[in-house]
Ligand binder design. Structure first.
Ligand code: NAD
Ligand code: UD1
Length: 339
């Protein structure tokens, strides 16, 4: 039975490229749409090797109605998985308008063009950042939301906009996926996370330190109320995350309300636990120094992922060992990323 055609915005990026691999393996037809602002065509070339077929790629911007119309003119899109967006928290504080334009305005235009072309099914990349500083953990989808920076606010705004779109027209099928901390890479080590410049996130920083590109890791604070004083997060393997999108796209047409779903493992690890696990997986030392807390950071964040299991029949299967081993395979075989 021929499967649906899925438009993957931001499909050349980190999570998008992994999702494209799994979608194709599951038998979907995929159209990748990306403006390459934070990705290169090389990731798609690697994806082509992994799935042994050509990827349909359209270079374009979600803020361009013309670019999007080209997609709908040339393909019968059944659903959209919407990864395209900017994600650097610090940059979003310095350039809020850039983030609201790209993320919020871009999503508005994408939805407008979807509706115009009769496609009303969307799976959106939200983030655990919408929970702000949660009063307790594990975090349920019903917890209050808030934002401390324009990036987080753009995610919250988009969630609200999509809910309004559904209220106005119940024909829409909408899934809001709130990711915890995506890490790792495809087990082949041929695709992975390729941050621009100095990584903001923990895992790529650890990996670059282990491979010798960075002298040491700064551990942002060791006086939190956690197991060893360092921040605790719910790291989730990117392939598990990608798999959740495949599950979501298979069920999206059956949903009769806007679905908001946490994607995490339900387990939290501290910064120092991650360092230790990475050293074990890589056989390399990861030197570190304790540094002051990073502004905006919280002590502990991990999901209650039971709703994802109930609704998507999905749960994370890969543990911290696989996350570190796969991340190391990618980092050590591609010390300069896709370049
Ligand atoms: P990424 O930067 O690797 O991928 C995003 C892709 O979108 C890039 O390839 C970029 O070129 C493209 N893009 C950006 N703006 C665009 C535009 N206007 N038009 C077309 N393409 C555009 O990031 P990622 O880590 O793969 O994240 C994917 C999504 O998941 C993002 O929306 C991000 O906010 C969200 N998310 C990521 C994380 C994380 O830790 N990686 C956590 C929670 C949520
Ligand atoms: C960060 C973003 C969040 C975003 C998420 C995924 C901030 C404040 N939050 O979350 O909005 O959704 O990334 O992209 O930027 N750490 C170090 N040293 C480092 C880097 C990180 O000690 O060099 C610590 C942090 O203090 C934290 C943990 O490692 O305790 C994880 O950090 P990170 O990977 O940046 O993710 P979050 O802070 O959870």
């Amino acid at each position: 039975m021929p499967k649906d055609t899925i438009l993957v915005t931001g499909g050349a990026g980190y999570i998008g490229s992994h999702t494209v691999v799994l979608l194709i393996e599951a038998g979907y037809k995929v159209v990748v749409f990306d403006n390459l602002s934070n990705a290169s065509k090389e990731s798609l070339k690697r994806v082509e090797k992994l799935v042994n077929q050509k990827i349909t790629f359209i270079e374009g911007d979600i803020r361009s109605r013309e670019d999007l119309q080209k997609v709908f003119d040339s393909h019968n899109i059944d659903s959209v998985i919407h990864f395209a967006g900017l994600k650097a928290v610090g940059e979003s504080v310095e350039k809020p308008l850039k983030y609201y334009d790209n993320n919020v305005n871009g999503t508005v235009i994408l939805c407008e063009m979807m509706a115009k072309n009769g496609c009303k099914s969307i799976i959106f990349s939200s983030s655990a950042t919408v929970y702000g500083d949660p009063a307790t953990t594990p975090i349920l989808e019903s917890f209050p939301t808030s934002a401390t920076n324009p990036y987080g606010r753009s995610k919250l705004m988009i969630e609200e906009i999509l809910r309004d779109v559904y209220v106005a027209d119940n024909a829409w099928k909408i899934v809001l996926l709130r990711y915890f901390n995506p890490v790792g890479s495809h087990q082949s080590g041929s695709i992975g996370e390729d941050p621009n410049g100095i990584p903001n996130n923990l895992m790529p920083f650890i990996a670059q330190t282990a491979v010798g590109k960075r002298e040491y890791l700064s551990v942002f604070g060791d006086d939190y109320d956690t197991i060893d004083g360092t921040g605790v997060r719910d790291y989730i393997h990117v392939v598990d995350l990608a798999d959740a999108h495949v599950k979501a796209v298979g069920k999206v047409k059956n949903f009769t309300e806007v679905m908001t779903i946490n994607l995490g493992t339900g387990k939290g690890y501290s910064v120092l636990e991650m360092v230790k696990a990475f050293e074990k997986a890589s056989g390399k030392k990861v030197p570190y120094q304790i540094a002051p807390r990073r502004a905006g950071d919280i002590a502990t964040c991990f999901a209650n992922p039971s709703y994802a299991k109930e609704i998507l029949a999905w749960e994370a299967t890969k543990g911290i060992e696989a996350m570190c081993e796969d991340s190391w395979r990618w980092q050590s075989s591609n010390p300069n990323g896709y370049n």
